[in-house]
Design a binder for this molecule. Structure first.
Ligand SMILES: [Zn+2]
Length: 423
């Protein structure tokens, strides 16, 4: 896949940063009468009714006050009901700050799979802290001191109303439809307010390649996701309030295009990956190199957060097992034993690193990083090897466009500087 130097995606798309809405933070924006959207890292939509507010999502715990402060510029109504579009920490943890003093506990609605997610968080707190440190470019030693470590648990205000497939409700005479759609998560919902024609897709739309491939996280569902996007488009929303990035207000034509092009993008990756799997079950890496991601200039389909290559991997996992397809990797040797063997064949870890640097200079960072891994795993006690490998991963990070790839490579550099491979 292309390894051109990293360019901000809005430049690649010929857009100004203002137009490239993945990065958008702000609000309150009135997206329909008595309906406001605000975003800081993630979005919150508030529908005012005569019975109180219906909130869709609540932001990160640390950002709840900031988001609520925006909304409270427009309305002081108490929160009647809340819908969490998913149980991720940037959607289901900021609610407390939206409540007005003395108000009753709001009804909190979510898909029935959400409590199991929180149980999983409790079971894997330190794991989650470590993989998130990597996703954001650090190492485990950093993760243990950061706040996200404490966030992976059941939220202070958990859902009390769970639904299975669809739920319709009326609050203060305004109707809301909540639809389950496996997408970024298995507990994902999207919300439609027919009277105001406002769509809240949660993270099923984020102004970038869908986060359907995240290398370190549990299964995503691109096929169901595309289906859900087509159902949303069929409703012909007038305004769209996404999980991340800016809103689209009163522009049904653009919203339809955004939803359907994203569905087409996912369907293409699913169809091509399935075709490759069905072609005699080749090794996973062969599938990754065989599938051609759809080319598009659309600013909502640039690899700014996740990317096609990772979605292909995720599709392979959805339909297949964990084995890579290489016979030796069915029951492998330890990495250090293999690395020492390769290093010995090459004339030492330093020779391996030199070769990696030559390959990198020739522009093949993919190949260079394989050799660098072996060098580090064979001689992590050698500071020259560690700093050489760190420099290679820094270079590789610079050339990536997706946050996910860039930060995991940055994290690899951070680990190398600490004298270790991911371990
Ligand atoms: Zn999110």
């Amino acid at each position: 896949m292309d390894q051109s130097p990293m360019t901000p995606f809005y430049e690649m798309a010929g857009k100004s940063p203002e137009e490239a809405k993945f990065f958008w933070s702000g609000g309150p924006v009135e997206v329909a009468p008595r309906t406001w959207f605000q975003s800081w890292l993630s979005g919150v939509t508030a529908f005012e009714t005569d019975a109180g507010l219906v909130l869709v999502d609540s932001g990160l715990r640390q950002l709840g006050a900031k988001l609520a402060g925006m909304l409270r510029q427009r309305t002081n109504a108490p929160v009647h009901s809340v819908i969490f579009t998913q149980g991720h920490i940037d959607h289901a943890f900021g609610l407390k700050d939206f409540l007005v003093p003395g108000q009753a506990r709001p009804r909190i609605i979510a898909h029935r799979a959400m409590p199991e997610r929180f149980q999983r968080y409790e079971l894997t707190q330190r794991f989650n802290a470590a993989i998130n440190a990597r996703q954001f470019g650090g190492s485990v030693s950093r993760a243990e001191t950061t706040e996200e470590f404490n966030n992976f648990r059941t939220p202070e205000l958990p859902p009390d109303t769970l639904y299975e497939d669809r739920l319709a409700l009326s609050v203060g005479g305004v109707r809301f439809e909540i639809h389950h759609c496996r997408g970024e998560t298995d507990d994902h919902s999207w919300v439609w307010c027919p009277e105001r024609r406002v769509l809240c897709p949660g993270d099923l739309f984020i102004w970038g390649v869908p986060n359907a491939g995240n290398p370190q996280k549990v299964q995503r569902y691109p096929r169901d996701w595309a289906l859900g996007l087509r159902r949303m488009a069929a409703l012909e929303p007038r305004s769209l309030c996404p999980g991340h990035g800016g809103p689209v207000v009163d522009n049904p034509t653009l919203i339809r295009r955004m939803l359907l092009e994203t569905a087409d993008y996912l369907d293409s990756l699913v169809a091509q990956t399935l075709a490759a799997l069905n072609d005699s079950a080749p090794p996973h890496v062969d599938i990754v190199h065989r599938v051609a991601p759809p080319k598009t200039e659309a600013p909502w389909l640039q690899p700014v957060y996740d990317e096609a290559e990772f979605i292909i991997r995720n599709i392979i996992r959805h339909y297949g097992g964990w084995w890579s397809g290489r016979p030796s990797e069915l029951k492998p040797a330890t990495r250090s034993a293999l690395a020492r063997e390769i290093a010995e064949l090459a004339g030492g870890a330093a020779a391996l690193l030199r070769r990696a640097e030559t390959r990198a200079a020739a522009g093949d960072l993919r190949l260079a990083c394989h050799l660098a891994d072996y060098a580090l795993e064979a001689a992590a006690e050698d500071p020259a090897i560690c700093s050489g490998v760190a420099a290679l991963y820094d270079r590789r990070a610079e050339r990536e466009t997706s946050l996910m790839a860039r930060n995991i490579f940055r994290s690899a550099a951070a680990y190398a500087r600490e004298g270790r491979a991911f371990a």
